[in-house]
Write a new protein. Structure first.
Length: 295
């Protein structure tokens, strides 16, 4: 089944009667100013469905989640993209899949006027950033950091439709632009790259059983913001996810060698037994006891 995104929601932001057999969710779309829009939408599929949509030209600052985005903790990733012209495409939702999106859309001309630049300068700046930092789809990814979390909170907590919400969105956009500039530097600085690889190596040492990002940043000679942003670009994962992944895979290797030492291996991993089992199931699809039997 294929549904056009324009027909998914009704004028109140609820799922339309036409889409109700396939989808559930909600949408809030605010035109804060001419050429500045804020969207918060959630989709959950009842059956496999293909959704077609059209994206207008402009700059997109997107915050992705699975469940409905009500707090910063509901966001998994930040994506930034410049769309030179209006394009159409489609995406597929499998049965029981959920997608959520908080998104600010601003025109290059409006951003240029705020920053005191020309529209062409803004467009060229983001094109250059895409060339250096984007994936094959032209999307630049950023992790959640302490700084951008602080900027996201007032956007999510704001109630009503007022000029003050536009101010919060501007502050968030400016913060992300600064982080893009930091990422651009980190990606081309050999000394910074060396420090990021050092952080990666430290995370993989068996002796490291707890994660302290501030301490890790101090060890390698970066501030926490730079380490968080650079590490995500280097590995494609937030530091916290990489740490858990490394610990669990190290524990799995030890379990294969000596399944009877499970209690000792769990203690060495730095996780409680419940945390260990949850992480194990997430990474391998089975519990640690079953994993030992399989391998």
């Amino acid at each position: 089944m294929q549904i056009d995104m324009q027909n998914v929601y009704d004028h109140t932001g609820n799922i339309s009667e036409q889409a109700m057999p396939w989808l559930s969710g909600h949408k809030q779309h605010l035109a804060l100013l001419p050429h500045l829009h804020l969207l918060n939408q959630h989709l959950s599929s009842k059956k496999a469905v293909s959704v077609s949509e059209t994206a207008q030209s402009g700059l997109y600052f997107s915050f992705l989640g699975t469940g409905a985005i009500n707090t910063v903790e509901d966001i998994n990733e930040i994506q930034i993209a410049y769309q030179a012209k209006t394009v159409s495409g489609e995406f597929t939702l499998e049965k029981d899949q959920q997608l959520s999106l908080l998104q600010a859309h601003i025109s290059p001309s409006l951003l240029a006027s705020i920053l005191g630049e020309t529209e062409q300068h803004i467009i060229q700046h983001f094109k250059n950033m895409q060339e250096k930092l984007a994936n094959d789809s032209g999307v630049i990814s950023l992790p959640l950091t302490d700084k951008n979390r602080l900027m996201i909170k007032p956007v999510l907590q704001h109630r009503g439709h007022s000029i003050s919400l536009a101010g919060h969105v501007y502050s968030l956009i400016f913060t992300l632009i600064e982080q893009l500039q930091m990422l651009s530097h980190l990606s081309h600085c050999e000394d910074c790259q060396s420090k990021l690889f050092n952080a990666q190596n430290l995370l993989e040492t068996p002796e490291l059983d707890t994660l302290n990002i501030e301490h890790l940043a101090h060890q390698v000679g970066l501030n926490t913001e730079a380490l968080t942003i650079g590490f995500h670009h280097l590995t494609g994962q937030p530091i916290e996810h990489y740490f858990v992944h490394s610990r669990i895979h190290s524990a799995a290797a030890k379990l294969r060698q000596n399944p009877k030492e499970k209690n000792h291996i769990v203690a060495q991993s730095g996780f409680s037994e419940d945390q260990f089992e949850a992480a194990f199931r997430k990474h391998f699809g089975v519990g640690s006891h079953q994993y030992g039997q399989i391998h």
